[in-house]
Ligand binder design. Structure first.
Ligand code: 5GP
Ligand code: MN
Length: 350
């Protein structure tokens, strides 16, 4: 029995025979396929979109990737990024591609509002919508919804589809690199509770397909600018506040801090996990002033501590139990910090 056959019994139950058949039906007859993902796309969003794209191209499909906006430069190395159409750079082209699609894959998000400026084009598209996602509390917007919040990454769900639909033989090295990137980034390098024996088995199957995992790690994590590394040092030494009794660590960086280190998109990625790595810290919060009056929040937690609930209650956000995000609008960084203090005090008391 091959590694792939061994894995078949363990693919996500959301890939039921019925759902597999529905998707096969949607893909029959050479439809125009567009693949999209959430705004500010992360490794899992770009990885799943490009991974699925490579898989579909290998079987002769007519597919394109359209994303709301650019991703951080540490993902630029991924094979296929040159072919992506970005809404923020060419909105008319992006919108017409989405409008003219027959099948539209929505990857790594579970509600149109997470697609930023592409949301309206998605909801008004004539395309048949396929959502593949692992966030909690999905909206009901897709004809076919593959939703598995127990799964660590959307890339794992795409690998499961390749396995369950008999397309694993189309797994090129390029596809494997992209999908592995989402598997590793969304699981904090395979450390979060969502990682299962199946996750590792999927990785084993990718390795059998020839994937060089060390190359992916090096390109993704070991190619940082000096400014970025020094910004992390500054944030940890000058901007970290620890709430000792509550086991909470908070870093807030305003525009002045970011400008000092010539911030570019993606430079603060991973910083929130450094806070969570501190002994005694159970919840980590990272606040970044992204524009005047707009503060982006990133939350992480250990164990059962539910930051998704905190993010949706106070920061107009969501995500997962141990990793969530949100935004505070119309406030200076000082106001946002006061709001976070208030929210945390209320949260601790409840
Ligand atoms: P990050 O902190 O890496 O930006 O996001 C962590 C998780 O929270 C991701 O799974 C992401 O999809 C989710 N998330 C981040 N920002 C938002 C937001 O503004 N709204 C919602 N609903 N989820 C978010
Ligand atoms: Mn994801």
């Amino acid at each position: 029995m091959t590694t792939e056959e061994n894995l078949l019994g363990q693919v996500s139950t959301s890939w039921s025979p019925e759902n597999l058949q529905t998707l096969d039906g949607m893909l029959a007859g050479n439809p125009i396929i567009v693949i999209t993902a959430h705004r500010s796309p992360d490794g899992d969003a770009v990885g799943s979109a490009l991974g699925l794209w490579h898989l579909l191209l290998a079987s002769g499909a007519n597919a394109e990737v359209v994303l709301p906006d650019r991703f951080a430069s540490f993902l630029d190395w991924m094979p296929g990024t040159d072919s992506i159409c970005f809404h923020e750079e060419d909105s008319r082209r992006a919108e017409s591609k989405v409008a003219e699609a027959d099948v539209l894959f929505c990857l790594d998000f579970n509600g149109p509002n997470r697609a930023g400026n592409l949301a309206a084009a998605i909801t008004s598209s004539k395309a048949r919508l396929v959502m593949i996602d692992h966030h909690r509390e999905p909206d009901d917007f897709a004809e076919l919804a593959i939703s598995d919040p127990t799964c660590g990454s959307t890339c794992e769900l795409v690998c499961d589809w390749a396995l369950a639909s008999g397309r694993w033989s189309s797994m090129s090295l390029d596809a494997a690199k992209c999908l592995y990137t989402g598997l590793v980034t969304d699981t904090g390098s395979f450390r979060f509770p969502s990682v299962s024996a199946h996750t590792h088995a999927v990785v084993a199957a990718l390795l059998h397909s020839g994937l060089n995992h060390a190359e992916v790690h090096e390109s993704t994590f070991d190619d940082q600018s000096l400014n970025r590394v020094q910004l992390h040092g500054f944030a940890l030494s000058e901007r970290l506040k620890i709430w000792d009794e509550a086991g909470i660590g908070v870093i807030a960086l305003d525009l002045e801090d970011l400008n000092r280190f010539h911030y570019v998109s993606g430079d603060t990625e991973g910083l929130v996990n450094r806070i969570l790595g501190i002994r005694g810290v159970e919840m980590a919060i990272f606040m970044r002033e992204s524009d005047p009056g707009k503060v982006k929040m990133s939350l992480r937690s250990k164990g059962d501590l539910d930051v998704q609930a905190l993010a949706s209650q106070y920061f107009d956000g969501g995500g997962h139990t141990n990793a969530a995000g949100g935004v505070l609008l119309g406030m200076s960084m000082a106001d946002a910090q006061a709001k976070v203090d208030e929210a945390l005090n209320e949260w601790i008391r409840s």
